[in-house]
Design a protein around this ligand. Structure first.
Ligand code: UDP
Ligand code: MN
Length: 296
């Protein structure tokens, strides 16, 4: 059985998974060696999860960054689709970080849902915009999220919800399998291999995608602080990890194993083509217009 009985005693989210009896599937890996569930379609009953989390009083913060040209290109579609599919029925607070608060689209939110817009400076390099999210997120957890929400998910903005992304994804510490790597052998994982970087690692468990991570506010605070610290130490040493914040996230997750892993259904790239194990797509990569979006 893929759960921790001891989690019940500690009242961790893993106890929800334990009591709701996750099923396994023959065609995919549904459990890590440290006994964290890997969530795939068909393993869970969505109604039971929603009931359980309502009963427990779970409330979810979503952070998303739309800095510079990413705002016009993606934010409207992201927020509209998340109103349709993200944690429907639970209280949700959006934390939108942008350099242009006045341009944030006015979306009609369902009851129990609200939005806070937070102004950030626009970094010159896109790599810094991406990495500095770690600092902004840990700051807002401390000043706001910890007082209002039990859980937190952090998202890239260049994606669109297309199916249920619900309370089955909630956990104490949650990481996502990268769609392009989940079937590849480990030696092809693009971890940072520069011993001078804080993100350096030889081997790991999976290759996680930094477009989504989450957990309890406490765990996400620890994660974002550790990643930010690694990023700043690298800057002092004049190195940059291969895939920026994603490299630091992978390093953190090998040292602090996630309690729940999301299958690539939760962030699929349709350009990969048909895969029999992907039975639903819950969130899709939006087109990446790097040439126009990343020029300062
Ligand atoms: N981002 C942004 N403005 C920028 C660069 C990045 O708002 O100029 C944010 C945005 O939320 C984006 C995320 O940082 O989704 C990560 O960057 P990107 O999606 O380009 O990285 P990739 O998906 O290619 O790893
Ligand atoms: Mn992205």
């Amino acid at each position: 059985k893929c759960h921790l009985e001891s989690a019940k005693m500690l009242n961790l989210d893993s106890s929800v998974d334990a009591s709701l009896n996750l099923q396994s599937r023959p065609d995919v890996l549904t459990c890590t060696y440290w006994k964290a569930p890997i969530i795939w379609e068909g393993m869970f009953d969505p109604r039971l999860y929603d009931e359980m989390h309502k009963m427990r009083g779970s409330s979810v913060a979503l952070t998303v960054f739309a800095v510079g040209r990413y705002l016009d290109a993606y934010l409207h579609t992201f927020l509209n689709s998340s109103e349709q599919h993200f944690m429907v029925g639970l209280p949700v607070t959006y934390y939108v970080f942008t350099d242009m608060p006045e341009k944030v689209p006015n979306i009609k939110l369902s009851p129990l849902r609200s939005m806070k817009v937070i102004k950030v400076e626009k970094n010159f390099r896109w790599q810094d915009v991406s990495m500095m999210r770690m600092k902004s997120i840990s700051d807002v957890i401390e000043s706001d999220i910890r007082h209002h929400c039990t859980h937190l998910f952090c998202f890239d903005v260049d994606q669109v919800f297309t199916g249920r992304f619900g309370s089955e994804a909630l956990g104490d510490s949650v990481a996502l399998l990268h769609a392009h790597y989940y079937r590849l052998p480990k030696h092809l994982y693009t971890y940072d291999r520069n011993p001078n970087s804080k993100a350096y690692m030889e081997t790991g468990d999976f290759y996680y995608h930094a477009a989504i991570f989450g957990g309890s506010w406490k765990n996400v605070k620890a994660l974002t602080e550790a990643c930010y610290q690694g990023i700043m130490e690298d800057k002092q040493n004049n190195v940059e990890a291969l895939w920026h914040d994603e490299s630091h996230l992978n390093k953190y997750m090998v040292l602090h194993k996630p309690s729940k892993v999301l299958s690539p259904e939760y962030c699929w790239d349709t350009s990969i083509g048909f895969r029999s194990d992907i039975q639903v797509t819950r969130l899709l990569w939006a087109p990446k217009y790097y040439d126009t979006l990343r020029t300062p």
